[in-house]
Write a protein that binds this ligand. Structure first.
Ligand SMILES: [Mg+2]
Length: 117
């Protein structure tokens, strides 16, 4: 894999973020705790997507249209990147293969898009 998911998307950035977080946690960092914190971070980012979506739709009359669709997009990317960082924490050497394999599996469940039948 050349590190690109799509043109302009270099997945090696996921490793850089994970390595930075690992360095900040220090040598004595509790791996289980780090894993839990990184999974919890996905939920935090998902909440930010919900907040941005609420704001883009003007769902709160008191706040009005407090967010844009660009804000929603940014937060969705945060969820994706945070998820990949957690995945790479679980499987530093094989996360790209796991991602590709699972994506292929999910695509394969789409009627007519699978490799079988
Ligand atoms: Mg965010």
């Amino acid at each position: 894999m050349n590190g690109e998911l799509a043109p302009g998307v270099d997945l090696r950035g996921v490793n850089l973020i994970r390595e930075w977080l690992d360095a900040e946690a220090g040598q004595g960092g509790d791996r289980d705790k780090q894993m839990m914190l990184r999974v919890l971070k996905i939920t935090e980012e998902a909440g930010e997507v919900a907040e941005a979506l609420h704001g883009a739709l003007g769902g709160n009359p008191r706040k009005g249209h407090s967010h844009t669709w660009e804000d929603v997009e940014k937060e969705l990317v945060d969820v994706a990147v945070t998820t990949l960082v957690a995945l790479s924490t679980l499987n530093p050497e094989g996360w790209e293969k796991a991602l590709g394999g699972r994506l292929q599996h999910l695509v394969g469940r789409i009627p007519g898009a699978g490799t079988e039948g």
